[in-house]
Write a new protein. Structure first.
Lengths: 291, 268
């Protein structure tokens, strides 16, 4: 039964991809050359090969060299950039998750901390990324501890963490508060203190809240990395590559789509990692309503 | 064993209000529960029966009065695990198996694995759920979950069992079966029980004495001696004249007080 459902989910997912690809090609075939205009504004893109290359072209372009006639194929260049960005995003995610967990614990433990910190946590997410990126880089550049010097990669990771900590802090706080009064009374009658109640009751009970938070944090960390790479100007990652390749769209229209697909792949890898984590934590998800 | 399981004298609990004198949940409550005795607390909502139970369990602190559990303070009795407790919600941890839930208090108090295994096997036998040792709470019916909760309350072989409407959320059929089970379990463990309920037949069927309480302020209005001999509480009792007589006496005690207190409400 479960196997059937899993196969169906997989097939539906694949079907979604096929439908998307078909929509692309059908619109390209039947849509007007100049795109669809509504009151002088373009609502659907031009269908020429420059704006919408064939999917097959995008795929074959992956095999050709990234630059010039020789050298590494495009897919390899994109893969390298993906791994570079993924590593930074992962660092940011780990830092963000730890900070989020710490804040959630602090806010659960101390009412005062919740009243004092939570508004700032929420407010922090309203500051535009483009505004903080240069700040982080400038402050970071002044940090030198022994042989460690702050790099632009560190700045990007900090920004990824800045986006990632938020869902974790809010989600885990809700999770830590989720046990029933009955459970808390029971722990009190057993005479166990805050720490053991935390490990025996609050943390296990927060897992159903933790996993969606981790997934959101992973997505945020990836987006934060890509955007911060651009605004800080860090080379080597997928964010910068998207900008660079977009400039060659005129002569090589299939090329810019490769790093975009790469960015999507990073997001999927991050989400997939959290799904694996969820499998490890499965015993603690029994209270969850199966989706 | 000379000291009573529970000794309560002049107990008072006032919940402070932001304005005004506060709400008196309990006033001038005196009660003694002998070792091995089954005492039910019954009364309408707001009569303080649950508050009294929570005070005995040291989940709440009295405003005034004496409260001793086996001759110790309630806090000390809680620390010594002198009582086991069961609530209206079974309150099982969903990520632990039946075994894991029953042995939870033992694990928390660092009892060795072998001792835990023996104890859990014994308790599973007692509640008749040996076949479900590896099941998770969401795979059990409400009645089975409540049985597991009772086994958990008995895990540390307490001499006192505190129960706050443990069968309140069960259907009538399951409820009667659970009452029969509880009678048997109590006979085997010989623990004293303080049992909160608002079902008159339940109180009469289970108890040696039924403590009838009334609200505003919560106090004891009557104590009905059911005076059945041990071994008399079986299915036949539910249709017996002594049972009906007990039910009638508890009902009279309840109604004798509920009328004026209801009038009191109208005056507000």
């Amino acid at each position: 039964m479960a196997a059937v459902r899993r196969t169906r989910t997989l097939l539906l997912g694949l079907l979604g991809l096929v439908v998307l690809a078909a929509a692309w090609e059908i619109y390209k075939a039947v849509g007007p050359e100049s795109g669809v205009l509504l009151g002088g504004r373009a609502v659907l893109p031009r269908t020429g090969d420059r704006a919408m290359p064939h999917l097959s072209e995008m795929v074959t372009r992956l095999g050709d060299p990234a630059v010039g006639r020789r050298g590494d194929p495009l897919w390899l260049a994109v893969l390298r950039a993906c791994l570079f960005s993924l590593r930074i995003a992962a660092t940011g995610w780990v830092v963000g998750v730890l900070v989020g967990l710490g804040l959630a614990l602090l806010m659960q433990r101390l009412r005062l901390a919740e009243a004092a910190v939570l508004p700032w946590v929420v407010l922090s997410q309203t500051v535009p990324l483009i505004a903080i990126a240069p700040l982080v880089r400038r402050w970071g550049a002044q940090i030198t501890i022994g042989s460690f010097t702050w790099s632009s990669e560190n700045s990007v990771a900090v920004i990824a963490a800045y986006l990632a900590f938020f869902p974790v802090a809010v989600g885990v706080l809700r999770g830590l508060k989720s046990p029933d009064q009955t459970h808390l009374d029971l722990m009190h009658t057993y005479g166990v203190g805050w720490w053991r109640t935390l490990f025996r009751l609050r943390l296990p009970a927060s897992v159903p809240y933790l996993l969606p938070a981790l997934r959101l944090a992973a997505a945020s960390a990836v987006i934060g990395t890509v955007v911060a790479e651009v605004s800080i100007g860090l080379r080597g990652g997928i964010g910068r590559m998207i900008i660079e390749y977009a400039q060659s769209a005129g002569g090589d229209p299939a090329k810019p789509w490769a790093p975009i697909a790469g960015a999507v792949a990073i997001g999927l890898a991050a989400a997939g990692f959290v799904v694996l984590l969820g499998l490890l934590l499965r015993p603690y998800r029994r209270a969850e309503v199966p989706a | 064993m000379s000291s009573p399981a529970v000794h309560v004298a002049g107990l008072e609990r006032v919940f402070p209000a932001r304005r005004g004198p506060g709400v008196t949940a309990l006033a001038g409550v005196d009660l003694d529960v002998a070792p091995g005795e089954f005492v039910s607390l019954i009364g309408p909502s707001g009569c303080g029966k649950s508050t009294l139970l929570r005070l005995i369990a040291d989940l709440d602190t009295p405003t005034a009065g004496t409260l001793e559990v086996f001759g110790k303070t309630a806090r000390q009795a809680r620390r010594d695990q002198d009582y086991g407790i069961a609530f209206q919600q079974a309150g099982l941890l969903p990520w632990l198996t039946v075994t894991g839930n029953i042995e939870l208090p033992l694990t928390l108090h660092k009892i060795g694995r072998r001792e835990r295994q023996t104890k859990v096997a014994e308790l599973l036998e007692l509640i008749g759920l040996t076949d479900f040792a590896g099941s998770y709470p969401d795979q059990l019916s409400g009645g089975m979950q409540q049985r597991v909760a009772i086994a958990r309350a008995l895990a540390e072989s307490p001499r006192l069992l505190l129960m706050d409407e443990p069968f309140g959320a069960l259907d009538e059929m399951t409820r009667e079966r659970m009452q029969n089970e509880l009678v048997r379990i109590c006979a085997e463990t010989r623990a004293a029980v303080v049992f909160v309920t608002h079902s008159i037949p339940e109180a009469v069927f289970l108890s040696d004495r039924v403590v009838v309480m009334s609200p505003r302020p919560g106090r004891i209005v009557d104590v009905v001696d059911v005076a059945l001999r041990p071994g008399e509480r079986d299915e036949a009792l539910r249709e017996d004249a002594t049972f009906f007589a007990g039910v009638a006496r508890v009902r009279e005690a309840l109604h004798g007080t509920s009328v004026p207190s209801a009038r009191g409400v109208e005056h507000r």
